[in-house]
Design a binder for this molecule. Structure first.
Ligand SMILES: Nc1nc2c(c(=O)[nH]1)N[C@H]1C(S)=C(S)[C@@H](COP(=O)(O)OP(=O)(O)OC[C@H]3O[C@@H](n4cnc5c(=O)[nH]c(N)nc54)[C@H](O)[C@@H]3O)O[C@H]1N2
Ligand SMILES: Nc1nc2c(c(=O)[nH]1)N[C@H]1C(S)=C(S)[C@@H](COP(=O)(O)OP(=O)(O)OC[C@H]3O[C@@H](n4cnc5c(=O)[nH]c(N)nc54)[C@H](O)[C@@H]3O)O[C@H]1N2
Ligand code: SF4
Ligand SMILES: [Mo]
Length: 661
């Protein structure tokens, strides 16, 4: 029950406190926490936030289990005699400082690798970058496991990566959800889609996987994984052949002739056969694009293949030639530029990093780098052992370094192979500013409760370390000072101060309502750069031995590897009944790839394609649930993203094929 502060009920010591969710999620919700006697007793969505609209997702509404989990770390752990042993912060930080200084002195700063991922999207987690830029600069990561290919595609085509206002979807006549599971991955897009539908917009989903989002859409096409490039070419061919392409496309697109020729290399029927969809799918999608305005929402998952960049580029081209760019209700939306409002220069150093490690290939590159070898790895807000492909190689790479420091709240798969684990704050204790990649609102994270004794924020940790390694007060300042440093340079001239943000959600005044409204693009030519070549698809030599493509996708229950703890029982793999290899629904099975094997519980789902096996993403290696233990490390065609959905597997019964208890 809501008990507004100040009412007679507030005498029961209940207070409502607001913060912004910092998870790697497009929605950046405003959270309302009910705090009673210093303990959070309930989490809800902020009814006053225009995107949050009063509700939270499954995983964060149940976050209190994680916040108050007995597994939460509250003391630093240092490996002594092989075991992670509780030590004081003094000892932990002195040890880290002494070893970092030794390695820098002996081998130079390139021998230290700082790996930061998206465990928190709070801007101030950049403080670790600031530390290592000044201490080194040290080796940092390159590419992006999550969105590398899609980012590179949009930058190549448009010179900029951003989106129309989320509410601009209400102006669309058609919305194409291309490889996008909004129920799971961006639940706060749902109310907008429902409203658009109520106003007459028609929705269609294109996804090899059948999921709940299909229920929202009037049509659903289920191409083979990676068949989207061929499908997009079929759609483009229909647009050109029917005369539905924008007659002015030549004014704002480069390479229009070459793109048209590419689409005409095959017949519509042949492209659709390649994509494994009926020909009417191409006709229908082309018609929708021609009935402007049509918005294409590009999911992040689709880019995670060896042809992922080319696929996103093909969708960009569809939006362009159909005349749907730069108009209300149109656009090809992949990402909302969440960093646009912030000045992140305080986190940068004066000199560039001496070298880089490709994120999707992290394990192999850390093992192989020489001159100097990587001697130390510092991990901020990441769980690379569970979340990067070739988990065993990543674990091996870390286990064999002299020093691995992990800053986290839990003993993750990565923390388990560390020499030093430093306990840090959770999203309810975060003191930060957050931008969203699924809408244009900015938010402030304000601790709703203080961290438990023994826990320090990333900011406090890096400041304490800075003082020990001779950087003095270079990183000094309270969290609030730092928030001001990153928000005010760009926003204060537009009348938005930190105080404004603290009063409630503010739409980023720098964000466009309609992107590229004048059809000028920040590419070198000022025009859209259309794709002109078809990508080479990887031919898998083991296709007959491993008939299913493994896709470990977002699950409602977890944020990447951040599940409620502990995890019990095996992972659940979902396949079409005909692809179950004789394993009954609910039966135990072994999933085998060229690089690993795991046991799982098998679910039949006749709505899935016969060539895919679905696992939840983020399973833990320590629990035998980690999909990445089965996946070869590969990069995407452009942008050095992770080609995560490209591993082939087979499922077979475990002998005897008895259902698990
Ligand atoms: N509950 C929950 N939400 C999350 C996350 C989570 O772990 N759990 N993770 C967050 C993160 S890190 C991110 S990056 C985002 C995005 O998280 P993602 O899960 O990447 O989000 P989507 O892109 O919406 O969903 C992936 C979709 O892409 C589809 N797909 C995969 N390959 C292809 C293909 O070849 N063609 C087509 N057409 N579709 C394909 C999958 O079938 C799936 O439906 O979500 C965030 N939200
Ligand atoms: N097979 C497969 N692998 C995938 C994916 C897939 O779809 N399939 N998805 C990929 C995607 S989209 C992404 S983005 C990556 C995600 O990979 P990661 O970013 O590594 O994933 P998380 O588990 O969200 O976060 C890592 C850790 O950050 C910690 N953390 C949370 N808040 C803070 C904080 O404030 N400070 C610090 N220091 N730590 C904090 C959490 O406790 C967690 O252990 O995984 C990728 N891996
Ligand atoms: S994880 Fe995403 S949907 Fe869930 S509360 Fe956080 S921002 Fe909102
Ligand atoms: Mo991601």
């Amino acid at each position: 029950m809501y008990r507004p502060a100040g009412s007679i009920y507030a005498a029961a010591m209940q207070e409502l406190r607001k913060t912004t969710c910092n998870r790697d999620c497009p929605d950046a919700c405003s959270i309302v926490a009910t705090v009673e006697d210093g303990r959070v007793v309930r989490l809800g969505g902020d009814p006053d936030h225009p995107i949050t609209r009063g509700f939270l997702c499954y995983r964060t509404s149940r976050f209190l289990e994680t916040q108050y989990s007995p597994e939460r770390l509250t003391t630093p752990l240092l490996r002594k005699g092989g075991e992670l042993t509780p030590v004081s912060w003094e000892e932990a930080l002195d040890t880290a400082a002494e070893r970092l200084l030794t390695i820098r002195r002996e081998s130079g700063p390139a021998a230290i690798f700082h790996y930061r991922s998206g465990g928190s999207l709070g801007m101030l987690t950049g403080i670790a970058d600031a530390f290592f830029a000044r201490f080194g600069p040290v080796t940092v990561k390159r590419g992006d496991i999550c969105s590398g290919a899609g980012d590179a595609a949009q930058l190549a085509d448009f010179g900029e990566e951003d989106s129309h206002d989320l509410a601009d979807l209400l102006n669309a006549r058609h919305i194409l959800l291309w490889g996008k599971n909004v129920f799971t991955s961006s639940p706060h897009t749902l109310p907008v889609l429902r409203e658009a539908k109520a106003r007459g917009a028609e929705l269609v989903l294109i996804d090899p996987v059948h999921h709940r989002t299909a229920s929202l859409c009037g049509a659903f096409y289920q191409p083979r994984p990676g068949g989207d490039f061929a499908l997009a070419m079929a759609v483009a061919r229909v647009l050109f052949d029917e005369g539905w392409a924008d007659p002015r496309a030549a004014d704002y697109c480069d390479h229009l002739d070459a793109f048209r020729a590419l689409a005409r290399r095959s017949s519509v029927a042949a492209w659709c056969r390649d994509a494994d969809v009926p020909e009417r799918a191409a006709l229908d999608l082309a018609r929708r694009l021609a009935e402007r305005p049509a918005a294409i929402l590009v999911g992040w998952g689709m880019g995670r293949r060896t042809t992922g960049g080319a696929i996103v580029r093909a969708l960009d081209a569809l939006g362009a030639v159909s005349g749907n760019l730069g108009i209300p209700g149109g656009g090809v939306s992949f990402y909302f530029k969440r960093r646009r409002a912030f000045d992140l220069s305080p986190f940068e150093g004066e000199r560039p990093a001496p070298r880089t490690v490709c994120e999707p290939l992290l394990g192999r590159e850390v093992l192989e780098m020489s001159d100097p070898p990587i001697r130390a790895v510092w991990v901020t807000a990441g769980n690379p052992v569970a979340m990067l492909p070739a988990s065993d190689t990543v674990a091996e790479a870390l286990r064999t370094r002299e020093l691995v420091v992990v800053v986290d709240s839990f003993l993750t798969d990565t923390a388990r192979v560390a020499h030093l684990v430093l306990p840090t704050t959770t999203l309810l204790e975060a003191d930060d500013v957050v931008g969203a990649y699924g809408h244009h609102y900015l938010g402030v994270a304000t601790p709703v409760v203080p961290p438990p004794a023994g826990v320090k924020s990333d900011l406090e940790i890096m400041q304490a370390l800075a003082r020990r390694v001779g950087l003095g007060g270079a990183l000094d300042g309270s969290a609030r000072d730092w928030k001001r440093r990153v928000t005010e340079p760009r926003l204060a001239p537009l009348g938005v101060t930190l105080e404004t943000l603290e009063r409630g959600p503010v739409r980023n005044p720098l964000a466009p309502k309609v992107l590229f409204e004048d059809r000028k693009f920040p590419t070198p030519s000022g025009r859209v750069n259309l794709i002109t070549e078809a990508p080479e698809e990887r031919v898998d030599p083991d296709a007959s031995e491993f008939p299913l493509l493994l896709m470990a996708l977002s699950t409602e229950k977890s944020q990447s590897s951040q599940w409620a703890r502990p995890q019990h029982g095996p992972a659940v793999v979902t396949v079409h009944p005909d692809a179950a290899g004789g394993v009954p629904d609910g039966g135990a099975c072994r999933i085998t790839s060229r690089v690993g094997a795991m046991t799982a519980l098998l679910r039949h789902d006749p709505a899935q394609r016969r060539d895919v096996a679905l696992l939840p993403k983020g399973g833990h290696l320590q629990d035998g649930r980690c999909a990445n233990a089965l996946i070869t490390a590969r990069t995407t065609d452009i942008g050095e993203g992770g080609a995560l959905y490209e591993e082939r597997v087979r499922v077979e019964p475990i002998d005897p094929p008895a259902p698990l208890p």
